[in-house]
Design a protein around this ligand. Structure first.
Ligand code: 4NP
Length: 145
């Protein structure tokens, strides 16, 4: 059982909602959610340019709303996938004593991409490149499930 899966980034308005939308589209039978390590955008929909790039590929992110990752998420999900090492470190800091839920980097599932994080398009402005990488990681995740 590889789900429920929680995707985590910093703001929960670009990378992790995009990953949530891609996985929901590819595996509608899986339970998928996303969260941010920060509280900066709580309650907001995904960032406009991210939504537009996703919509162009058929992924509707419009109903998603940002929320902050909490320690309780360790008990609600069977796999936590983070977009970069800083997100993973911030997630690990909240791990309850004795909890063994795996928390990993999403890019672990696309070794062929040769990267160790999903670059943040909020800063790079490369929303299509972000989706390319997320789709590659998603396919690897599904293939290994
Ligand atoms: P995300 O991108 O972590 O992929 O959602 C970000 C969005 C907003 C900010 C940082 C990262 N921000 O600084 O507001």
């Amino acid at each position: 059982m590889t789900h429920p899966i929680l995707f985590v980034c910093l703001g929960n308005i670009c990378r992790s909602p995009a990953a949530e939308g891609v996985l929901r589209a590819l595996r509608p039978d899986w339970r998928i959610d996303s969260a941010g390590t920060s509280d900066w955008h709580v309650g907001e929909p995904p960032y406009g340019p991210m939504q537009a790039a996703a919509k162009a590929r058929g992924y509707d992110l419009s109903r998603l709303r940002a929320r902050q990752f909490t320690a309780v998420d360790f008990t609600k999900f069977s796999l936590i996938l983070c977009m970069d090492a800083e997100n993973l470190a911030n997630v690990e800091r909240l791990r309850p004593k004795g909890n063994v839920t795996p928390a990993r980097l999403f890019t672990d599932y696309a070794a062929e991409a040769g990267v160790n994080h999903v670059p943040d398009p909020y800063y790079t402005r490369d929303f299509d490149g972000c989706l390319d990488l997320i789709e590659a990681c998603a396919k690897g995740l599904i293939a290994g499930a």
